[in-house]
Write a protein that binds this ligand. Structure first.
Ligand code: AMP
Ligand code: TRP
Length: 366
């Protein structure tokens, strides 16, 4: 399946002609016509309010949302209903929801360009998920690698039905807004493929209803690996703090975690297959600084792992410290955060309810 790979640096924007070609190639004639009247394309993405958001979430998702926000009509969701597919403490969950909202604003998402809201405040998400459940296949969901990974330890039998159904709710999230683009990290490719399959199947069975969305995956930082184990994706639900750098970690904690990150045997600083740990550090460095991997390899030729880690620590601190400061300020006024989220939900509902109604009508349950 062709994915719309990220091709822009922070300062470049896609020329209109190129964008129009891209639209024409992938969307139905009806949608193409709409795009020609200069209506902005829609973007949808979300993060679960569980654990501590990491530099992986920042580089794989948030940083890119900010970079493109002015070009699109954006819906950025706090997907709390996805978070409860595994057990959550309700008190902590409430706190984490606000924390994610504060981070969304602190990274620079602007309510003028983005609708920011909680998934559970727009019940259309779960209503569309049910309709899509009725066209999704058991076999398709059984093949989802994220489900297999998450149930590896405890076994699938004791997993919640919600965890199994997770990708269908995710498909509903995006299709409900007729979003064209979904900026996510590399781990979401399979979910995006299923989402596209469900959109096409629905359109084929009931008539043209949904835009078939495209994943937007960044060239660097799309798969940040664990600092303690470069064979594992960095995950915010890891119980080991040494595994990740959190967006809200204090500067000295960030420096310490990077200084202690696992390295490979040997000494050269290259992003090669035999050096997964160094490759990961270079990938983070590149995504944080905008320097290419090959420029970094040249810069660190003849230098040691310690030099790389010291500089990377500073680059990450420089990128994350202002976000932390701003997020903590915002968290001082939870009432204000809640009210911004509520008004986001109102705006989201307007779009979501009409697309849900269309899907219900097509299925005969209007
Ligand atoms: P999650 O933490 O699973 O809610 O993921 C939210 C977003 O962050 C998704 O777009 C993920 O693809 C992205 N993401 C999560 N972990 C990483 C990682 N280690 N590297 C890059 N992107 C990530
Ligand atoms: N499944 C995504 C993740 O864990 C989160 C998510 C839920 C999402 N709904 C979405 C991402 C819709 C993009 C679009 O990373």
């Amino acid at each position: 399946m062709p994915f719309y790979e990220w091709r822009r640096s922070k300062h470049e924007s896609v020329p209109m002609a190129e964008k129009a070609d891209f639209i024409a190639l992938r969307l139905s004639p009806l949608r193409t016509q709409k795009a020609h009247t200069m209506q902005k394309q829609r973007v949808f993405s979300g993060i679960q309010p569980s654990g501590n958001l990491t530099v992986g979430n920042y580089l794989g998702a948030l940083k890119n949302w900010v970079a493109i926000q002015k070009e699109y009509e954006n819906y950025f969701c706090i997907v709390d209903l996805h978070a409860i597919t595994v057990p959550q403490d309700p008190k902590i969950l409430r706190q984490k929801i606000r924390e994610v909202a504060a981070i969304y604003f602190a990274v620079g998402l602007d309510p003028e360009h983005c609708v920011i809201f909680r998934q559970s405040k727009v019940p259309e998400h779960t209503e569309l998920a049910w309709l899509l459940n009725c066209i999704a296949r058991f076999g398709e969901l059984s093949r989802m690698t994220q489900f297999k990974d998450k149930t590896q330890k405890g076994g699938a039998d004791s997993a919640s039905a919600g965890l199994f159904d997770y990708p269908v709710l995710m498909a509903a999230d995006v299709l409900l807004y007729n979003a064209h683009l979904v900026p996510v990290g590399d781990d979401q490719r399979q979910h995006l493929e299923l989402m596209r399959t469900l959109a096409r199947r629905f359109n084929h069975t009931y008539g043209e209803t949904f835009v078939v969305p495209e994943a937007m995956i960044p060239p660097t930082g799309a798969r940040v690996m664990g600092l303690d184990d470069p064979t594992m994706k960095m995950s915010k639900s890891s119980p080991a703090p040494a595994h990740y750098v959190a967006i809200l970690d204090e500067p000295d904690t960030i420096r310490k975690k990077i200084r202690r990150a696992k390295t490979d045997s040997g000494s050269g600083i290259t992003a090669t297959d035999d050096k997964p740990a160094i490759r990961n550090l270079l990938d983070i460095y590149s995504a944080m600084s905008g320097k290419t991997i090959s420029a970094l390899e040249a810069e660190y030729e003849g230098k040691g792992y310690g030099d790389l880690k010291k500089d990377l620590g500073e680059v990450v601190v420089e990128g994350l410290a202002p976000i932390r400061t701003r997020a903590l300020e915002l968290l001082d006024d939870p009432g204000e955060l809640d009210s911004i989220l509520d008004s986001g939900a109102e705006r989201a509902k307007k779009v979501a309810s009409s697309i849900l109604r269309d899907a219900q009508t097509k299925m005969g349950v209007d």
